[in-house]
Ligand binder design. Structure first.
Ligand code: FDA
Length: 307
């Protein structure tokens, strides 16, 4: 019931100003965000990579001018340089939102995003790591998959996220289940209309299983991005049935969510990657995390209540 209003608030500048000004917000944001600068985030990355893998996200989305998009590229190239320098590139990659590198700028947005993503891929190649393209709302899917295709000509290791709540995703999984392909399968975090998305949790879960089955039985590298114990167990069984060893796929979770389960899976010998966001532009990311779990909202409101 609260999911839709929270996701609408995630895109409202008025709500953003209000939430950002709340004195206790920062402590709660810190649960999901590793720091506002790279220097603050790196110790968490170093610690996580002792038993897990990491993908880093420099927070930001929906940039409105080319200068902001260029600043995002600079942040990623610096981040990748640091990962190389710190010897972490073997265990840490980056995740990029194309709207943060210009995808929706009015003139030539797609071309600008492609050129910018290419620069990030070059920096990743220079240190020997990979890039995965995040997926935003359903209006962006064709454009993102088009840019993925272009990038893969020169950087065949670029991966992408597919969202099981979209009705089209089974077909997209079939298209992307080829050798060399890397697909991160998640449920989906935006408020989508029933015309394009399943809105019932059970339907989303059933779609997730169908998509995971296609990816596990395909020739690519499936990345199971879910905290849901049922999805994790089913993915493990599907991998076994498909004859995949633990190196042939991986589990992924978000920073600050089900940490003990992350540690448990890694200790079991599964490949476990943590999505680590950092930066000042945490508002949209944070609101999507609140929308996923009402208990987080209660926690948030309790912390704001006068003592
Ligand atoms: P579900 O929402 O059913 O949750 C299962 C259980 O996980 C809950 O019962 C709870 O225990 C725990 N949990 C889930 N969310 C929680 C939260 N916020 N706080 C605390 N506990 C929580 N989406 C998208 O649209 N585009 C993208 O590019 C990505 N990228 C991405 C990368 C990675 C690595 C992950 C793990 C997820 C994403 N997502 C995403 C988000 C994804 O679509 C989805 O919204 C969340 O992962 C929640 O869905 P679950 O599969 O975890 O199941």
């Amino acid at each position: 019931m609260l999911r839709t209003p929270l996701l609408l608030a995630a895109r409202s500048t008025g709500c953003r100003t209000l939430v950002e000004r709340m004195p206790l917000t920062k402590g709660l944001v810190d649960r999901f965000v590793a720091g506002s600068t790279l220097e603050e985030a790196l110790p968490a990355v170093r610690e996580l990579t002792e038993d897990r893998y990491v993908t880093l996200d420099y927070l930001g989305e929906d940039v409105t001018d080319e200068a902001q998009a260029a600043a995002t590229v600079t942040a990623y190239t610096r981040l990748l340089g640091e990962l190389g320098h710190a010897g972490l590139a073997g265990r840490a990659e980056v995740s990029v939102k194309l709207s943060a590198v210009g995808q929706f700028l009015p003139a030539d947005g797609e071309k600008i995003a492609l050129d910018n993503a290419r620069r990030i891929c070059e920096a990743a190649a220079a240190v020997g790591t990979t890039v995965t393209l995040d997926m935003e709302d359903h209006t962006t899917v064709d454009s993102t998959l088009g840019i993925l295709r272009e990038l893969r000509v020169d950087f065949p290791w670029v991966g992408a996220v597919l969202q099981a709540y979209l009705r089209r995703t089974e077909a997209d999984c079939r298209d992307l289940a080829h050798a060399g392909s890397r697909v991160r399968l998640c449920k989906g975090a935006y408020d989508e209309p029933a015309s394009v998305a399943y809105r019932d949790k059970a339907e989303v879960d059933r779609s997730y299983v169908r998509c995971a089955k296609i990816l596990m039985n395909g020739e690519g590298y499936p990345m199971i991005a879910s905290h849901d114990p049922r999805m994790i167990a089913i993915a493990g069984r599907l991998a076994e049935d498909a004859g995949r060893s633990p190196e042939d796929y991986e589990h992924q979770m978000l920073y600050g969510i089900r940490d003990a389960e992350q540690v448990r899976l890694a200790a079991e010998g599964r490949r476990m990657r943590v999505y680590v966001p950092y930066g000042d532009e945490w508002y949209g990311y944070f609101m999507r995390r609140l929308a996923e779990r009402p208990a987080n909202l209660v926690f948030f409101l309790r912390a704001l209540a006068p003592k």
